[in-house]
Design a binder for this molecule. Structure first.
Ligand code: KIV
Ligand code: ZN
Length: 515
């Protein structure tokens, strides 16, 4: 392979989904996968097929929907996992199985209760087994960041001999420092006799805020695949953020001997999509994709940028996909204009009836809001997806009253399992009153852990996008809703969360268990 190419392996749909509350439906995964494909990501890790039937079907659906990127399924070094992953990626144009086993002393002794020899034997067996399904097999040494270098050399050499085409060095617990991690990669590449037969990859977690720095140090020392996620989503503090890794390498070509093939103008769209779908907002000062990433507040900076952009900007906002809010459609726009703008945004409708439903919602929105922007259209599709799946609880109507000196109250009518029920409740404010009314009807008993509201575009007629996080019995779910009326957006978000709580939560975690 071309040594100058940096392979971008996106694991938003797998490790990203391991963030508490970030679980995605099959359709949502397919939408994100299509956006990743337009971003020209090389490999999309679509899930962990053995985890549940839902995960299996999602990987299968992504494998069938994507043609330009390799689609990958995760598998522990076990027969059941590998067979399920092999089956899930069968329809892919290019499919990969990613198998892993832990290699650090603490994981081998305490979690696996296996000797190092047994671990090597199991890893070699797993790679050979995976090769029966695809030529493209990746092996990860889980917790490599705390594993002994000699042992890593031994196991990587053995799995490359067994047919692994990519070997991955995960800093599973985010413990490494950049100089140390870079040195680990350098040594591995130098000491493993068959290191030229596989691509060396890294997968860094962000527990110390070093995931991107560690990934870049590894690339400087010869790694040619980086595993990362959109917005840095992921288990605990997250994974290395794709947009930061990709833009650091692209912007500092003077330092890196490689580059990715990504179309970086798709980055902001992907970031917004992932944030909309998972309900994890992007902090305003987040590099590359935060709302303030290219905003200049101080007069001196503004003056400098106006005179000559490079005085204070190292990247161009448009190169990562920031555009001015563009008025795209209005209330007189027709169905064809709507469909074609949606297509330009990469949103395809599975059927005419889906298109009609979305178009009806667009008309409703255009009546309330004069100018409909791309961001509104994206939120509308998320919204429509949410509603399509919210079969058990739906908002029929909401009337909220708030007046100086009076106790706020809300009348809510919900359709629950096909039956309409209404209730009134008082609260500290109209949102509180609406939530009390909904809770009186659905009785989830969940705790509201987070409530946040953002405007989707600028202006007071902008849609408010509300994210809630609900917790029940240790389970966390996020709910979202958007509307020009933020009390209604809030109710939609709460109902979306309640619907998720009603879904069964049978799903295995890849890194918990015997092997
Ligand atoms: O963090 C980790 O070690 C992982 C592996 C499964 C690659 O996610
Ligand atoms: Zn991970």
């Amino acid at each position: 392979m071309n040594p100058d190419r940096l392979i971008i392996f996106d694991t938003t749909l797998r490790d990203g989904e391991q963030s508490p509350g970030a679980s995605m439906t099959k359709d949502e995964k397919v939408r994100i996968a299509k956006a990743l494909e337009r971003l020209r990501v090389d490999v999309i890790e679509a899930g962990f097929p053995i985890a549940s039937n839902g995960d299996f079907e999602a990987v299968q659906a992504v494998a069938n929907a994507v043609t330009e990127s390799t689609v990958c399924g995760l598998a522990r070094a076990l027969e059941t996992d590998i067979a399920r992953a092999g089956e899930a990626i069968r329809g892919a144009n290019a499919g990969r199985i990613h198998t892993f086993i832990a290699t650090s002393p603490v994981h081998m002794e305490r979690k696996l209760r296996m000797s190092p020899n047994q671990v090597v034997e199991q890893a070699v067996w797993a790679v050979k087994r995976a090769r029966a399904y695809t030529q493209d097999v990746e092996f990860s040494a889980e917790d490599a960041g705390r594993s002994e270098l000699d042992f890593l050399c031994r196991i990587f050499e053995a799995v490359i001999d067994a047919g692994a085409t990519t070997v991955n060095v995960p800093d599973t617990v985010g413990y490494n420092l950049p100089s140390q991690f870079g040195e680990t990669l350098r040594q591995l590449l130098e000491r493993i006799p068959n290191s030229d037969k596989a691509v060396f990859s890294v997968h860094c977690h962000n527990d110390l805020g070093l995931a991107v720095a560690n990934s870049l140090a590894a690339v400087m020392n010869g790694a040619r695949q980086v595993e990362c996620t959109i917005n840095g989503l992921g288990e605990r503090a997250g994974n290395a953020s794709l947009e930061e890794v990709v833009m650091a390498v692209r912007t500092r070509q003077d330092e890196f001997g490689c580059d990715s093939r990504l179309d970086t103008t798709q980055i902001v769209t992907c970031s917004k999509l992932v944030s909309n779908i998972t309900g994890f907002p992007v902090q305003p000062n987040k590099a590359i994709v935060g709302a303030n990433a290219f905003a200049h507040e101080s007069g001196i900076h503004q003056d400098g940028v106006l005179k000559h952009r490079e005085t204070y900007e190292i990247m161009r906002a448009e190169d990562v996909g920031w555009t001015q809010n563009r008025m795209v459609l209005g209330k007189h726009s027709g169905r064809n204009a709507f469909r074609s703008r949606m297509q330009e945004l990469g949103i395809d409708f599975a059927s005419e009836s889906d298109l009609n439903a979305a178009f009806a919602q667009f008309k409703e929105l255009a009546d309330k809001k004069h100018e409909v922007f791309d961001e509104d259209l994206q939120a509308l599709v998320t919204e429509q997806g949410i509603e399509a799946e919210n079969e058990r609880i739906r908002l029929v109507s909401l009337r909220a009253v708030s007046e100086t000196g009076e106790i706020p109250m809300a009348d809510v009518t919900l359709n629950i399992d096909g039956e309409e029920r209404s209730v009134s409740a008082e609260g500290g404010g109209p949102v509180d009153a609406a939530y009390r009314a909904i809770e009186a009807l659905v009785e989830t008993g969940a705790d509201l852990k987070l409530y946040s509201v953002n405007n989707i575009t600028s202006g007071t007629d902008s849609q408010g996008e509300v994210t809630v996080r609900l917790e029940k019995g240790g389970r966390l779910v996020n709910g979202q809703g958007a509307d020009t009326d933020i009390v209604i957006a809030s109710a939609k978000a709460y109902i979306n969360g309640c619907n998720k709580l009603l879904e069964p939560a049978v799903r295995a975690h890849p890194q918990v268990g015997d092997v």
